[in-house]
Design a binder for this molecule. Structure first.
Ligand code: SF4
Length: 255
């Protein structure tokens, strides 16, 4: 816990959005970032609760479904250790630049500080951490150091497909992602407007995943212009979306 009295000293504050008359003229994102001193105060509001409801890791209970280690990176942010916070954040989150922008922030809804006041600004801290690392050039492709020579097909390149592909690729498997649209990203690319999630941010991550070795086949719909039998023959394993349960495969499983 960074500052034991932080939650008593500092109010919850979010950075000022771009003025409405300015943002009406374009489609660009309208949330902005704090400077580091403001951010540290927001991190200081975290009480590192004995039972941190912000990250139960169980969406049926509440808190962050990814199991993000929220009090740990809040503490690191308070101490100005943004790169350490980034390392902690990416232990559980594949794409914080997406979740930090468009996640509904169940963590904040569950935050103990919200019981008799305002919750910690977890989502804003998250996006600040990852955007700072991108600005500083510290988010670079991580080329897998080993290969299992196993081929895995992932059907669909939405957020869960990309996360599965990322984890499997880092495990050393040869991953191919099939996408029926002309661009990669699914909901991220076609379902969320630029003002919330700029498509350049999605493409930036896709480019990194490509450099890390993942193959993306766009305009390719399994069962239509790419036969399902061919997929079964060519790959050792297959992941596809189950409409009620999301992707099969360990959500947080790491190598
Ligand atoms: S519940 Fe809120 S105050 Fe408690 S550890 Fe999580 S973010 Fe910090």
């Amino acid at each position: 816990m960074g500052k034991p009295t932080g939650f008593l000293e500092y109010e919850r504050q979010l950075p000022q959005d771009r003025p409405a008359d300015e943002r009406m003229k374009d489609w660009a994102e309208f949330h902005t970032h704090y400077d580091i001193e403001h951010l540290r105060k927001q991190g200081a509001r975290c009480m590192n609760c004995g039972v941190p409801f912000c990250h139960t890791g169980d969406p049926t209970v509440g808190g962050c479904p990814l199991g993000n280690l929220i009090p740990e990176w809040n503490d690191l942010v308070y101490h100005g250790k943004i790169e350490e916070a980034y390392k902690r954040l990416t232990k559980t989150s594949n794409f914080p630049e997406f979740t930090g922008r468009v996640c509904p922030a169940l963590c904040e809804g569950s935050c103990t500080a919200g019981m008799n006041g305002d919750p910690v600004t977890v989502k804003n801290i998250e996006v600040h951490i990852i955007d700072t690392m991108f600005e500083q050039g510290k988010v670079q492709p991580r080329i897998p150091q080993k290969s299992t020579e196993k081929r895995v097909a992932v059907i669909g390149s939405g957020p869960s497909g990309l996360a599965c592909a990322d984890i499997l690729n880092q495990c050393g498997h040869k991953v191919t992602v099939f996408e029926r649209s002309d661009r990669v990203g699914g909901l991220l690319m076609y379902g969320i407007p630029n003002m919330k999630l700029d498509k350049k941010i999605v493409q930036r991550r896709v480019d990194i995943l490509q450099k890390e070795g993942i193959t993306f086949l766009t305009d390719t719909e399994v069962g239509k212009n790419y036969s399902a039998a061919k997929v079964v023959n060519e790959f050792d394993a297959l992941l596809r979306r189950n409409s009620s349960e999301g992707f099969a495969g360990g959500r947080k499983k790491r190598c």
